[in-house]
Design a protein around this ligand. Structure first.
Ligand SMILES: NC(=O)c1ccc[n+]([C@@H]2O[C@H](COP(=O)([O-])OP(=O)(O)OC[C@H]3O[C@@H](n4cnc5c(N)ncnc54)[C@H](OP(=O)(O)O)[C@@H]3O)[C@@H](O)[C@H]2O)c1
Length: 273
């Protein structure tokens, strides 16, 4: 397939593109320098000129806390940018995969969120990503919405690397233990996306995230255990680590077996780094 990827220089994009090529796909890699998704005519012209069979839309405004202060920009990229791409996809009859987030949920559930659960975002980033989902649904029936969460990979600033760095510099760490979610390795997500498109899955919404669930504190403990670092990790509550954006307390999603367990993927990541 001829696949256009947005956000190709991002944490996910850098792992996804080579994997797509390994699967024999022709990949058109784009990022903000060559295809600013906020530029509507540019998006339409670019997509018409390249005529992809499929667009994997990973580009986004991803700074969760900064989004609280840069609402317009976050909305412009995550809603308008996504709408521009979905419109262009429809124009050339291409399918589109939109990467979304667990932060579309409010976190008040006590069992894993399924794609049928109603979103109700608590922060600006989640709100703008949900608007992106709605834009895709409005523009074209040939869409996949792929929600993922707590992403880490070798090409981006992420929680795993932050914990390892902090643990090497400090006698002990204090990490939030009352927010639950599913850590996801970029490679596991990329493989899940590729399976979805190659299987010609039914269009609609999917959750592709690490299997099982944990909280940030236990995640940090596992990271250090796998990395062979002995720094102790103490649990704290969210109130002990104030952030601008509200995080959902329980952002666990049911991945319906689309990714390995979060522990297995973490082990793989640590062994490879
Ligand atoms: N990271 C997570 O924990 C997480 C969790 C759930 C869902 N997601 C979603 O997963 C996807 C990939 O995340 P990621 O962590 O790989 O993101 P990332 O590393 O921040 O990459 C996003 C890319 O999009 C680019 N971009 C920003 N504005 C753009 C524009 N106007 N036009 C074109 N490109 C633009 C960014 O460029 P600049 O760097 O120059 O801005 C960056 O290269 C995103 O859709 C994100 O919302 C991420």
């Amino acid at each position: 397939m001829k696949i256009l990827v947005t956000g190709a220089n991002g944490m996910l994009g850098k792992d996804l593109c080579p994997l797509l090529e390994k699967h024999g796909h022709e990949v058109i890699k784009t990022d903000i320098e060559d295809l600013n998704i906020r530029n509507k005519p540019m998006v339409m012209d670019f997509v018409k000129a390249n005529k992809p069979d499929l667009i994997i839309h990973g580009a986004a405004y991803t700074a969760v806390d900064k989004a609280e202060e840069e609402k317009e920009l976050a909305y412009e990229v995550n809603y308008h940018g996504t709408k521009n791409l979905a419109k262009a996809a429809k124009e050339v009859d291409a399918k589109i995969v939109y990467i979304s987030t667990d932060y579309v949920f409010d976190g008040t559930k006590e069992t894993p969120y399924t794609p049928k659960d109603k979103p109700n975002p608590k922060n600006i980033y989640g709100f703008t990503k949900l608007e992106g989902e709605l834009a895709v649904q409005d523009e074209t029936p040939k869409h996949y919405i792929v929600r993922t969460s707590w992403l880490y990979g070798k090409n981006g600033k992420n929680f795993v690397e932050t914990m390892i760095t902090l643990a090497q510099k400090n006698p002990k760490l204090k990490v939030v233990a009352d927010q639950f979610g599913c850590p996801t390795y970029t490679i596991a997500l990329a493989e899940g996306i590729i399976k979805l498109i190659e299987d010609n899955a039914k269009f609609g919404t999917y959750h592709i995230c690490g299997g099982g669930q944990t909280n940030w504190c236990d995640f940090a403990k596992k990271i250090l255990e796998f990395a062979g670092i002995n720094t102790p990790v103490e649990p704290i509550n969210t109130t002990g680590f104030p952030q601008l954006a509200i995080r959902p307390k329980y952002a666990v999603m049911d991945n319906e077996g689309r990714c390995p367990s979060w522990e297995d993927s973490l082990k793989q990541y640590i062994e490879r780094r």
